[in-house]
Design a protein around this ligand. Structure first.
Ligand SMILES: [Zn+2]
Length: 299
């Protein structure tokens, strides 16, 4: 099959993205290697689980010990990080002053905690579940709004584990019970989950007009989405479209994929729209990938 340069570029973007994730994980692995947990434990990465309602959970890392289970939400972002708990708003301010929001990592980790508590309970395993958000980028600065929250640089992992062993001094599981529960957890991983995702060519493309029951495609003019069928303008229509894209195609979108999907011609206009959305970005320049958050319509 003939490969276009675009396809290759996209392939490299994906690869760069994978490597960023891998680097982050390796870094936390190194911190682990340097810290001997004085008991038998499991260290699991990239757990893909389904909750009873059929919704996916992607958990970065889990430290499974005889005393507790610790969920790690790993973030590779840089900049000055801040949090507004009342608004579940987690974001960063870059050196040049631009502000970006990310999906709330505490809320994500809490959601994972509830799932793992239920799973452990259903296996008859009574183990406290804790969580922490780990920052792997040394250039990230945590501002005072994050004080007292379970978030720290990866170098703080050792101390945090010490504190958890101090908080839960008694083993709640025997070693064989831990081994069994660890195997049950590994067995629950749904790596081969049939994805709801469909090929892009089977999907109705475009930003579809909510007022026209998503039958008419809207066009971007004068900074807004306009429907020529009903003549309405709707800023939120784009978020509907991206939510569909996330569910049906991928949670990652490049500038080119965005233009292809929305029908916007200009790279610059697409880039402007994408950066205004404030999604998490991975990679630089032409290889940049935007990550569509789960609750993108709520922003
Ligand atoms: Zn319309």
């Amino acid at each position: 099959m003939h490969r276009t340069d675009e396809e290759l570029l996209d392939y490299h973007a994906r690869l760069a993205n994978l490597e960023a994730g891998f680097y982050g994980e390796q870094r936390s692995d190194r911190e682990f290697a340097d810290f001997t947990i004085p008991h038998k434990h499991y260290l699991l990465h990239n757990l893909e689980l389904l909750n009873p309602q059929g919704f996916p959970h992607q958990i970065d890392s889990v430290v499974f010990t005889l005393h507790f289970l610790l969920i790690l939400e790993i973030k590779h972002i840089t900049g000055q990080l801040f949090y507004k708990p009342g608004h579940h708003e987690f974001g960063r301010i870059r050196q040049n002053g631009t502000k970006e929001n990310f999906s709330d990592p505490f809320e994500q980790a809490y959601r994972h905690k509830l799932l793992l508590e239920d799973m452990l309970c259903s296996w008859g395993t009574n183990l406290p579940v804790e969580y922490a958000v780990i920052i792997t980028n040394q250039n990230a600065m945590l501002d005072s709004s994050l004080q007292g929250l379970p978030i720290f640089h990866v170098s703080g992992l050792r101390r945090s584990l010490h504190q958890l062993f101090a908080k839960y001094p008694e083993a709640r599981l025997t070693e064989p019970a831990l081994e069994k529960a660890g195997e049950q957890l590994l067995g629950a991983i749904q790596r081969t989950t049939p994805k709801r995702r469909v090929a892009l060519d089977r999907l109705k493309k475009g930003v579809l007009c909510p007022s026209c029951d998503f039958q008419a495609a809207m066009h971007y003019t004068a900074g807004n989405w306009h429907c020529s069928a009903c003549n309405k303008r709707d800023k939120k229509a784009l978020l509907h479209a991206l939510e569909d894209y996330r569910l049906l195609v991928s949670e990652r979108i490049t500038n080119k994929e965005f233009r292809d999907f929305t029908g916007i011609d200009s790279i610059q206009v697409a880039s402007k729209i994408l950066s205004r959305l404030g999604f998490e970005k991975v990679g630089d320049k032409r290889g940049r990938v935007y990550i569509i958050p789960e609750d993108c319509r709520k922003e």
